[in-house]
Write a protein that binds this ligand. Structure first.
Ligand SMILES: [Ca+2]
Length: 288
């Protein structure tokens, strides 16, 4: 039951749809719906010589090619996904059903699973110095695991009331809490060392969820959309959108599916993997 190879071509219509959706994602009181395409086009108005710097145009919307589909546990409410050396590491949520897992990246088979217990709702996950760091949603604590055994070796707290997504660059953890803000954290103390507000010409982009650091950019699932934001870590500006509409349709799975959530990057192989909450498949994709 593998879906056919499909290609999604970027188009003006897709861009318009994306900008429209972005307007719906604007923060309360923010520069939302009215600041979409008109604002983006203002940078092309002639006669502005010597005037303020131009606003960047709308970011490109990228399509995708589906390269490969792997089985994925449809019971997994995916909140974090990481790849390293032939293994996916996954964090799943929901009270009473949260877990951390190791998956065979060639088949999707669950190699090992450790449940969190009823008091914790698993969220974002990252791999740092051979240890897994898993957020919880509203418990204001995270768990540290040995990546090989999934034995819990520590706990940590983080400076936000909610934990959503987690990844890291060369020296910092990058953390989302469901707002438009991404926080940079010291990986030892978890103190906030910086933050960026994520925005595109449509305004601020809240509901940033699962994260992945990809070749100098931060990629973020935007909750309840089929889009991934490619974010400049220096400025917070969205430099591109990846629209994964149609990658998984409800007909492909026997059980109801939820939203896309889960990005993993194989830096050595340049491969991108995505899945979602209760998705029966996990995909390798190529971004166009
Ligand atoms: Ca990830």
């Amino acid at each position: 039951m593998r879906p056919p190879l499909r290609r999604f071509v970027s188009s003006a219509a897709v861009l318009a749809a994306a900008l429209g959706a972005a307007a719906g994602c604007s923060s309360p009181g923010g520069s939302g719906a009215g600041d979409g395409p008109p604002s983006a086009e203002s940078g092309t108005v002639p006669g502005s010589g010597g005037a303020p710097p131009r606003e960047p145009g709308p970011p490109p919307v990228h399509g995708y090619t589906m390269v490969r589909a792997l089985d994925h546990d449809p019971a997994a409410f995916t909140q974090g996904l990481v790849y390293e050396d032939g293994v996916f590491y996954e964090s799943t949520g929901l009270y009473g059903r949260s877990s951390v897992r190791r998956l065979d990246a060639s088949t999707g088979e669950i190699l090992h699973r450790v449940d969190l217990g009823g008091g914790a709702f698993g969220e974002g996950l990252t791999l740092w110095n051979d240890k897994l760091y898993q957020l919880t949603w509203k418990e204001n604590r995270g768990f540290i695991y040995d990546k090989s055994t999934l034995a819990r070796v520590g706990v940590f707290s983080f400076p936000s009331t909610e934990g959503w997504g987690l990844t890291h660059d060369e020296s910092r953890f990058i953390f989302s809490d469901g707002s438009d803000i991404l926080y940079f954290l010291d990986p030892e103390s978890f103190a906030v060392t910086g933050r960026i507000s994520v925005r595109d010409p449509g305004g601020h982009v809240p509901r940033l969820n699962e994260l992945e650091y990809v070749d100098g950019e931060i990629w973020a699932n935007v909750l309840q959309t089929d889009r991934i934001a490619r974010i400049d870590p220096e400025t917070g500006r969205v430099v591109g959108w990846i629209d994964l509409t149609g990658l998984l349709t409800p007909e492909m799975c026997a059980e109801p599916i939820d939203v896309m959530n889960g990005i993993a990057y194989d830096a050595a192989g340049g491969r991108v993997f995505v899945t979602g909450k209760h998705w029966c498949l996990l995909f390798e994709i190529r971004v166009e």
